[in-house]
Design a protein around this ligand. Sequence first.
Ligand code: ST9
Ligand code: ZN
Length: 333
Amino acid sequence: MAPRNAEIVCTTDDDEIKNEVEPVVTAETHGQKLPPMRIVWRNVIWMVWLHSACIIGLYLFPFAHPLTWLWCVALYMMNALGITAGAHRLWAHRSYKAKLPTRILLAFFQTLAFQNDIVEWSRDHRAHHKYSETDGDPHNAKRGFFFAHMGWLLVRKHPDVKAKGRLLDVSDLIADPVCSFQRRYYVWLVFATCFGFPTLVPWYFWGESAWTAFHIAGVLRYTIALHVTWCVNSVAHMWGNKPYDQNINPVENFFVAFGAIGEGYHNYHHVFPHDYTTSEFNWKFNPTSIFIDFLAAIGQVTDRKKMSYDMVFRRKQRTGDGTAGFGHLTWKK
Ligand code: ST9
Ligand code: ZN
């Protein structure tokens, strides 16, 4: 029985991401202990400023115009889709194909999210899957909750991230004119899109003060979206059940899936990274999948990859922990 909505039904476990290469130990890193962390003070100061401004945003929130509240929700959804449907499922995993207008829209949303440009985001994410929870993983969860959550953005990367990352193929990303344009002008684009655009709209259209709009629609929305995203790397590598493979750390966590509009089914996702729904179930709390299916219905998206039921079932029998697979904490079958 083929899963609904997908054009490509994958039936073998061997359908690995195109960047799969054998893990290597390089001369550069062989036998090294964890190098001392080199703190990047520019990023520490940036994060302290951001979180302080976020407190101002929280204080101003109750006094804002109701349309500004709605604007924040809309921006959060665009921001989230830029990461989930764009950077993650389209560019990092190539789990479906998108036409140019959709790629432009998703790149706009991804810029709004200010999580590094698409090439860098996808390169780090491919490294995360390929070298998961080793020193080659940029946010190796074995280094603790804080490091996996945001600490990795405050220090220089482990040499293995760069050495092993160099073996990954990102030529498909460089070849996409949308990604290379965004990368070339990223610094200008990101400040205009992540802070300028969210501030201007409420100020111009319904007379919100620029101070309030900036702190709520810019800073507060951005900071919340960052923490929700980071929870996929921290919380969804620590607390939850493992219906698909109990030998790896990523888990199913419904609370993360809720905030991350369908991205918390992380045990499934690490076992089947090509599945465009990043979960066993297509639409079961998964707004991102609904969005991608809508784009497919209007002809903007093709080649959605989905694992066959049989293969998922076999894998659950072979390596799962016996719990049911709907991102809930734990219940036995
Ligand atoms: C942010 C990103 O927040 C969050 C990503 C989260 C991912 C989550 C994934 C979960 C899946 C789904 C999520 C759903 C979410 C839903 C959302 C709902 C709302 N491979 O990095 P540099 C080489 S960003 C190959 O500077 P340093 C490369 O040559 C937040 N090569 O290393 C590179 O040069 P270039 C905002 C690699 O100096 C060179 O090394 N941004 C790789 O150690 C230097 O790279 C910030 O805060 C690789 N993987 O600095 C800025 N990596 O790029 C954060 C590196 O020219 N970043 N190379 O080719 C930085 O400031 C720095 O990266 C650093 C490390 C200080 C952390
Ligand atoms: Zn992934």
